[in-house]
Design a protein around this ligand. Structure first.
Ligand code: UDP
Length: 254
């Protein structure tokens, strides 16, 4: 890990130079942060779980034609990805009111939204990822109108697919955050899904009890953060009953 060139370090992941040009290695840390880094802790095993959960979801999305940066998982904490030029916009898709939309618009948490709502935030830690409109995105050239249309339609497809996938395992997909990037292959440019999809950037509630199975357990000091992430992985069928510790055996790693 130390011999490779570190390309970028974020709050929960590190990107290293990949083995071939145009590739990167995405390393998942156990660090958890909230409120733009004000609250910090280590959640043992989180990186391992997010690596697996994101792999699973990206592979499923690729199967339905949502192109994304995932190439293959390398080990417990790393995956090989395509290098993209990240569009500095966080795309938030909401099905049920929770988090910032509740305080901003005075809606009770848990209220189903009339239809999926997409919001955009400008990716800037210094500015606390402010909410922006399509006008800001196109006027400041973060993405052009065609790219933004593509981002919006891909995001809604991801939402439709993930809503069904999670409903099938007794989980309500409340909201989530996506990031997209420009992928250059020969002369062609394509907007593809990047980053990760995991309980770090989704709100996932048990369909029966509404128990939170996501990062809100950390943000709101609800405890059992790792157990909740494990529960998601277990329901997706990607970790054995005993939890990720069981994955250390050579047979389980594949
Ligand atoms: N989200 C994220 N990264 C961010 C902001 C939000 O992954 O920097 C996710 C968050 O986990 C939730 C959804 O986007 O699933 C909507 O978050 P919200 O705007 O409600 O912000 P929060 O309440 O998390 O501050």
């Amino acid at each position: 890990m130390t011999r490779r060139r570190r390309v970028y370090e974020g709050k929960a992941k590190v990107l290293f130079e990949g083995p071939e040009s145009g590739t990167l290695v995405q390393y998942f840390k156990d660090d958890a942060t909230a409120f733009n880094g004000v609250k910090k802790a280590t959640v043992t095993g989180k990186g391992v779980l997010n690596n697996r959960i994101s792999e699973y979801l990206m592979v499923k999305l690729a199967e339905i034609g949502i192109h994304n940066h995932f190439i293959r998982r390398l080990n417990m904490r790393e995956q090989l990805i395509k290098e993209v030029e990240i569009i500095p916009v966080e795309v938030i898709v909401r099905n049920i009111a929770a988090g910032s939309i509740c305080t901003r618009l005075g809606i009770a948490e848990g209220t189903p939204l009339p239809r999926p709502i997409i919001e955009y935030c400008f990716k800037s830690d210094e500015l606390n990822d402010p909410l922006v409109s399509e006008e800001h995105i196109t006027a400041f050239g973060w993405a052009n109108p065609l790219e933004l249309d593509d981002i919006m339609s891909q995001s809604l497809r991801v939402n439709d697919f993930l809503l069904g996938l999670f409903a099938g395992i007794g989980i309500r997909l409340v909201d989530f955050k996506l990031e997209f990037g420009r992928y250059y292959e020969t002369d062609e440019m394509q907007i593809i899904l990047a980053d990760e999809i995991s309980p770090d950037n989704c709100r996932l509630w048990d369909a029966v009890t509404n128990k939170k199975l996501d990062k809100d357990r950390f943000r709101r000091d609800l405890g059992d953060v790792e157990d909740a992430y494990q529960e998601v992985a277990r329901r997706l069928g990607i970790i054995p009953e005993g939890g990720p510790g069981d994955l250390q055996g050579t047979t389980a790693i594949q």
